[in-house]
Design a binder for this molecule. Structure first.
Ligand SMILES: NC(=O)c1ccc[n+]([C@@H]2O[C@H](COP(=O)([O-])OP(=O)(O)OC[C@H]3O[C@@H](n4cnc5c(N)ncnc54)[C@H](O)[C@@H]3O)[C@@H](O)[C@H]2O)c1
Length: 360
């Protein structure tokens, strides 16, 4: 009952709000844009073209639900013009080069997008007084990873050995600097940076992520090859961190002095911290005959082995809780792909999963 009330109040809050999302053509951005528009928000998205190979954005036909702008966050002028035209109440900044492995191949694009692009987003908001709150998405990888068993807290050291992690740590520094230099003094404005774990869910088609790799193997009848089977990750269903972002956005809008300018972890509960192999075993059970291969791979680019987040702060100060534990998150993810493979409409399946989550 309590949850239902909280979710209804979230719906009441977002109904009629003007929300600007960067990265709305990506995996998390498409879920968020659709969810917010379902709650009655007027959504404007700003991002690069959706992936032509079966993006969630296209599957949901989001063009019919939101204002949709194709643009690069590294282009300060077009970004400012788009924000100016939208006059949003709130901004969710998700646009990024989001893949660790790709960051090794293209560090310049990774740093320029994740650091300078994010700087442009902050600068555009600085010049747009209509904006009342900002939820700024970085990553669990922004923490300097000591490969220890404890969850990282929001005050832990930032940094990363690979270009992606380092770029997200830099994006955090840029955020803090803007908060201290400009936003702290701004009337009626609240902002927070958010760090979530490894997100799974329907509609992800990114390269070098385990769930899309499994779905491709199922479709093509080829083995799933695991690069780092023993690495543990804080797996979570996409709806959980997005719910956290929305709860935080509401809190910052309604009460900007409540922990303004701070970082927030939205990770899963401890029981969802599993290895890549455990996730693969569980998800592949939904299909017949998927072979899992985990060859000894030498000369792999470094990826963190042991990583998880402490979520005490969001639980205590925002009343946010992860709702879908590991088994449910995997089940919901597999179900989404299976139902689409069986010819169901992606929008209907997505809408149903959001509804189930809201009423959970
Ligand atoms: N998926 C995860 O497991 C995960 C985990 C932690 C943090 N994150 C963060 O969450 C955010 C969203 O991740 P995702 O999984 O949806 O990524 P994604 O790759 O699916 O989507 C990225 C989005 O950013 C946009 N984008 C990329 N470069 C851009 C540019 N130069 N200008 C404008 N738009 C640009 C893309 O067009 C796309 O809309 C990212 O900031 C990512 O780093 C993701």
């Amino acid at each position: 009952m309590e949850n239902l009330e909280m979710n209804n109040s979230l719906k009441d809050f977002y109904n009629g709000k003007k929300v600007f999302i960067t990265g709305h053509t990506g995996f998390k951005g498409s879920w968020l844009a659709y969810w917010l528009s379902e709650m009655g928000a007027t959504v404007t998205g700003y991002a690069l073209e959706p992936d032509p190979k079966g993006s969630l954005f296209e599957a949901l036909n989001l063009r019919e639900d939101i204002y949709h702008t194709i643009g690069d966050i590294r282009n300060k002028e077009t970004l400012q013009a788009s924000l100016q035209a939208a006059q949003p109440d709130m901004v969710f900044h998700l646009a990024a080069q989001a893949l660790v492995r790709h960051s090794y191949d293209d560090p310049i694009n990774t740093f320029s997008t994740n650091v300078m692009g994010s700087l442009n987003v902050l600068e555009a908001i600085r010049n747009q007084p209509a904006v009342r709150s900002l939820v700024y998405i970085t990553s669990d990888k922004c923490y300097w990873n000591n490969e220890w068993v404890w969850g990282y807290r929001e005050t832990d050291a930032l940094g990363g050995p690979d270009p992606y992690s380092a770029s997200k740590a830099c994006a955090e520094h840029v955020f803090k600097s803007y908060y201290l230099s400009y936003f702290k003094q701004r009337e009626n404005f609240g902002c927070g940076s958010t760090r979530a774990g490894n997100v799974i869910g329907g509609g992800d088609r990114s390269k070098d992520r385990i769930v899309p790799d499994i779905i491709t193997a199922a479709e093509k009848n080829t083995p799933v090859v695991l690069r780092n089977p023993n690495s543990t990750r804080p797996w979570q269903h996409v709806l959980d961190p997005l719910h956290g972002y929305m709860v935080l956005g509401k809190s910052l809008y309604e009460n900007p002095d409540h922990h303004n300018g701070e970082g927030w972890n939205f990770g899963p509960s401890n029981q969802s911290i599993k290895t890549v192999y455990e996730l693969t075993k569980k998800l592949t059970r939904l299909w017949d005959n998927i072979i899992i291969e985990a060859p000894m791979m030498r000369h792999q680019p470094h990826e963190s082995g042991l990583l998880h987040l402490s979520i005490d702060k969001a639980q205590t100060l925002l009343g946010w809780e992860p709702k879908l534990h590991f088994d449910e998150a995997v089940k919901k993810t597999g179900e989404w792909y299976k139902r689409i493979q069986n010819g169901e409409n992606a929008k209907k399946v997505t809408q149903q999963q959001i509804k189930e989550f809201m009423n959970a």
